[in-house]
Write a protein that binds this ligand. Structure first.
Ligand code: PBG
Length: 328
């Protein structure tokens, strides 16, 4: 008998055979593209630590970007707002003329098919950079923060968004926001919960982009310890019980095991946030000529999908869409 009988290389011998046995495919339909929106006119500010990503003013600049996203076939965006004024309770987060509220209206006006998701958190709007109300002793007051988050989510709904995505990690916020939306005739508004969100160093470039670095302390009293996975499953379970329609694991790349565990345990769609630091590392290495940025980006997105994510939030969505449309 010839040795070996099993030759795994047989099915890898041509590109067509490889294509036929490929187990995981990523598609432009999987992506949500994050957008940073600012006040002002005719602005498109590059974010230094995130090459290819910009802050857009809510006018023809944002319109042009949305057209490009639509032409590439990316189905959804998630909005992050940088307000003009910050205060201790982040009141710009729930103003009718807030930057995100204006952006929602503009996008729904020019590209009604694009799904507009909004990030619901206070950290971009508070002068101290924390995700909620800070008590005199420096702790973040969970229950007082819920009121603000619900006002913010409602205000986004009233402006016409298609989905809200609370990213604050306060306890009980999904149920609280759900109730507020339902009482205000938004019972059909889906909630994507940042359910298992870790206290991660990978958010560094985002905090530059969104100007949301905490002025003191950190987020470890509400975001999760990177060492834990069973706790992530409890977080997800609670959010589903409270009414989350989609659950997210964040970051993605260093948490592929968490994505897998959530996917196996729950029957709810799972999203994963390929966060700013994950994007910037690849861009920086590619810029230095240390690796092939496009290839590595596709490999990372494929691994996130393979781990079990149904949906991927990624700054690489436009690049990946171009590559996929080319080789599709
Ligand atoms: C909070 C929020 C953050 C990110 C998304 N929503 C920052 C944080 O929790 O500190 C990070 C996203 C990224 O790094 O790409 N509003």
């Amino acid at each position: 008998m010839a040795f070996p009988i099993n030759r795994m290389r047989r099915m890898r011998s041509s590109a067509t055979l490889r294509r036929m046995v490929q187990e995981t495919t990523i598609s432009v339909n999987d992506f949500i593209y994050p957008l940073f929106v600012i006040h002002g006119r005719d602005q498109q500010n590059p974010i230094k630590s995130m090459p290819g990503v910009y802050q857009f003013s809510v006018d023809h600049r944002l319109k042009q970007e949305i057209k490009e996203i639509e032409e590439l076939g990316i189905p959804a965006v998630i909005l992050f707002g940088i307000p003009e004024h910050k205060d201790s309770i982040g009141s710009s987060a729930f103003q009718d003329q807030g930057v995100v509220q204006q952006a929602i209206r503009l996008i729904k006006d020019c590209s009604p098919e694009i799904v507009v998701i909004t990030d619901v958190c206070m950290c971009e709007y508070t002068d101290h950079g924390h995700c909620g109300v800070v008590d005199a002793d420096g702790t973040i007051n969970n229950d007082a923060t819920l009121e603000l988050l619900a006002r913010e989510a409602l205000s986004h709904a009233q402006a016409g968004c298609d989905m809200v995505a609370p990213s604050d990690m306060m306890d009980g916020r999904i149920a609280f926001i759900r109730q507020c939306l339902d009482e205000n005739s938004f019972s059909n508004m889906p909630i994507m919960s940042y359910a298992a969100k870790y206290a991660s160093g990978f958010y560094g470039p985002f905090r530059d982009a969104a100007d949301s670095t905490p002025q003191f302390g950190d987020r470890r009293t509400h975001q999760m310890d990177p060492a834990n996975i069973r706790e992530a499953l409890r977080e997800v379970e609670l959010d589903i019980e409270e009414g989350a329609d989609l659950v997210m694991v964040k970051p993605a790349l260093a948490y592929l095991d968490v994505i897998r565990a959530v996917k196996e345990r729950f029957d709810c769609p799972v999203s994963a946030y390929n966060v700013s630091g994950e994007y910037s590392m690849v861009k920086a290495a590619a810029h230095n000529g240390w690796l092939d940025g496009d290839r590595v980006m596709i490999e990372i997105l494929t691994s996130i999908k393979r781990a079990g994510a149904d949906i991927i939030l990624t700054y690489a969505a436009k690049d990946a869409a171009r590559i996929l449309n080319q080789f599709g």
